[in-house]
Design a protein around this ligand. Structure first.
Ligand code: URA
Length: 433
């Protein structure tokens, strides 16, 4: 078989065979196929697409290109959730303990933040002592005992995706649906869970800016997840404003704890309840109503909060920070952003709000940058809220006082004021099963 012929076939719009796709993934992973041929194939896929059959084969080949996690000991109880990324998206910190408290086995490998979006691993590392690396045996035994573990992506998981993603990034081939779907789903398949719920974010802070695009991606990911033999569902949720009030690592952990304690009943709770209900209805074949009741009860009874404490403590974290979130160190400097006029918040450029938190030190511009766990933003006025001149719209937190000027400018440029109240938009657009 020759890579040249595979490129030519795809360029001419033909469906690639299993052998051709596997030849490409194996050869590109082991270095025998050079970047220039892989780029040409990605571009041909970009223009000619892939059938569902090709995308399933590509996803499985990428999932099998490195280590895979065996969760067969948990039968059909293993469960995972994935978000396509957003600002203030701390749903994993809430959903995982809810569904673990209801009997699912949550085995989650999360990423770090990059650019305007945050990452679960960074948020968890703001809890002193929390270990984001566990050996394979420790990981499984914690899930057996506690029902859940959340670690960083470790080992040699999907090396084909690591190489291909880096290549797509510099060859203008990131935004191809079969390439995005195979990239995301191969990592989920390699991570082993039988049940997968995807949170496809949509709006100014998300990878998918429009509902139509988010729906295409969600439909494809669900089809491919099922095609790879996993129970898969997706929710399309709003990211036209940050989720919840907190953006920044320890600030987000604090907000997640408040939701788990039942102290805060906001948009974050609503999305977490919907995602958790979707996950447990996949695992236990429940009706949507039954699933919602169970999830709300796990929150209101304190069961989910108890699970969070058990989880954090099992993973080495200092649970006194979860019991009393005042223990988290505060940033040295804070600065209030006041409204410069009367009116309604008519829109929020959520990507810019994410970038504001990066300027304050809460995120990274480059992979190797360090982060300031206590930096971030508390948002008091969101889209649709009324504000008077001089009212507090947000507070910025940082340990680097010099960042305030740029951060305030960025934040103000993200928030639009209008005399007209904007239309209410749904928080959860659609469920794809
Ligand atoms: N996230 C991924 O992991 N892969 C993509 O291709 C796009 C977003």
């Amino acid at each position: 078989m020759r890579m040249y012929d595979i490129i030519e076939n795809k360029r001419n719009g033909k469906e690639l065979s299993k052998e051709e796709i596997e030849f490409f993934i194996k050869g590109y992973t082991d270095g025998s196929i050079p970047d220039y041929q892989a780029s040409a194939l990605c571009m041909a896929v970009y223009f000619n697409g892939m059938t569902e059959k090709e995308t399933v084969i590509l996803t499985e080949a990428m999932a099998n290109s490195g280590d895979t996690v065996d969760l067969s000991m948990f039968g059909a109880l293993s469960a995972d959730k994935h978000s396509t990324g957003g600002v203030g998206d701390k749903t994993s910190l809430v959903v995982a303990p809810i569904v673990a408290s209801l009997g699912c086995k949550i085995t989650k490998m999360s990423g770090r933040g990059l650019g305007h979006t945050g990452g679960t691993v960074d948020k968890l590392e703001s809890i002193p002592g929390y270990k984001t690396t566990l050996s394979g045996d420790e990981f499984i035994s914690q899930v057996e005992k506690v029902g859940m573990a959340v670690i960083g992506q470790s080992g040699n998981l999907t090396p084909a995706d690591k190489k291909l993603y880096a290549l797509r990034d510099v060859t203008a081939t990131v935004d191809s649906i079969p390439l995005i779907v195979s990239s995301i789903m191969s990592k989920k398949i390699a991570a082993g869970s039988h049940n997968i719920v995807l949170d496809v974010k949509c709006g100014s802070g998300a990878f998918m800016k429009t509902i139509d695009d988010a729906e295409i991606l969600a439909n494809e990911m669900v089809k491919i997840g099922k095609g790879c033999g996993r129970n898969t569902a997706a929710l399309i949720t709003d990211m036209d404003m940050p989720l919840g009030s907190a953006v920044g690592n320890s600030l987000e952990v604090i907000e997640a704890v408040k939701v788990l304690k039942g102290e805060v009943k906001n948009d974050l709770r609503e999305v977490c309840v919907a995602l958790s209900a979707e996950l447990i209805s996949l695992v236990f074949s429940l009706s949507h109503r039954e699933a919602l009741e169970k999830v709300n009860d796990a929150l209101d009874s304190g069961k989910a909060f108890e699970k969070m404490k058990e989880w954090i403590s099992a993973q080495g974290g200092d649970v006194s920070f979860i019991e009393n979130t005042d223990n988290f160190p505060k940033a040295e400097y804070e600065f209030d952003v006041l409204a410069d006029g009367d009116g309604y918040i008519s829109s929020m450029d959520t990507e810019k709000i994410g970038l504001t938190s990066v300027i304050l030190g809460a995120g990274r511009e480059f992979k190797e940058d360090s982060i300031d766990f206590s930096a971030g933003i508390m948002i008091y006025k969101k889209t649709g809220d009324k504000t008077d001149k001089g009212e507090k719209m947000a507070t910025l937190f940082t340990n680097n006082k010099l960042s305030f000027e740029e951060a305030e400018k960025m934040y103000r440029s993200a928030v639009c004021l209008s005399s007209v109240k904007p239309e209410n938009k749904p928080l959860i657009y659609k469920c794809v099963r």
